[in-house]
Design a protein around this ligand. Structure first.
Ligand SMILES: [Zn+2]
Length: 227
């Protein structure tokens, strides 16, 4: 587990060099955003303890396996002391509902045991975070904005290996995020909506934190819209 302090309220946790989760500091402990792939529960709980608190909430950007992979193990360890929040549509997909025509892109968990306590909608609050709709990578994908300082947790709308890219853009160093994207048009629209928030800092599901990301996001959107 690699740990990086991004802001006083946000720590990025990276597992296996490719997948991120985030600890967001609140008065009662931490909100953990995403859970990485399977096998991460002990490391994630340990990172929260080392940062001086407990995981009180688990908020998910979307339902792909590399983001909900350690959810069941975390829930098993933390029990009723933790609240689980998942975007509405992705929660329904994970529960087995068929909500879109055709096959969904990406890897989805087959036997997720944990039922979210809350199904998230745009505008909801999770502690200091505000939920921002950003569908496209998955039907229900959401981003989170820290209302204290504008930090954007963009999930898989963008990747940031080498440079910022919209997940519609095929990128050899990390093709999985593009291959897993459900609706490229919507994903690009969401990229524009997140850009309009003008975040001072952006973190993503795959890749390092980006400070003052505006110009890099503009270039990414421009490349993506030419395709
Ligand atoms: Zn994904």
């Amino acid at each position: 587990m690699n740990t990086a302090t991004v802001t006083p309220n946000l720590t990025q946790l990276t597992r296996l060099h490719f997948v991120n989760a985030f600890l967001v500091r609140e008065e009662d402990g931490f909100t953990l955003v995403d859970t990485t792939t399977g096998g991460g529960a002990n490391g994630l709980i340990g990172a929260a303890e080392r940062a001086g608190g407990q995981v009180k909430r688990i908020a998910l950007t979307h339902g792909h396996s590399d983001h909900v992979g350690s959810l069941d193990a975390l829930k098993e360890r933390l029990g009723d002391s933790v609240q689980v929040l998942m975007p509405e549509l992705d929660a329904r997909i994970v529960a087995g509902e068929k909500i879109v025509d055709g096959k969904l892109a990406g890897s989805w968990p087959k036997n997720l045991k944990t039922t979210p306590d809350v199904r998230l909608a745009a505008g909801d609050r999770v502690g200091s975070l505000e939920v921002v709709a950003s569908p496209g990578h998955t039907p229900g994908h959401v981003a989170f904005v820290d209302t204290r300082d504008g930090t954007l947790i963009a999930g898989d709308v963008f990747t940031s290996y080498g440079r910022v890219a919209v997940t519609t853009e095929f990128y050899l160093r990390f093709p999985l995020a593009t291959m897993g994207t459900w609706d490229k048009g919507k994903d690009l629209e969401s990229a524009r909506a997140l850009r309009a928030l003008d975040p001072p800092v952006m973190v993503v599901g795959h890749g390092p934190a980006v400070r003052a990301p505006g110009a890099a996001i503009d270039r990414a959107i421009e490349r993506a819209s030419k395709r």
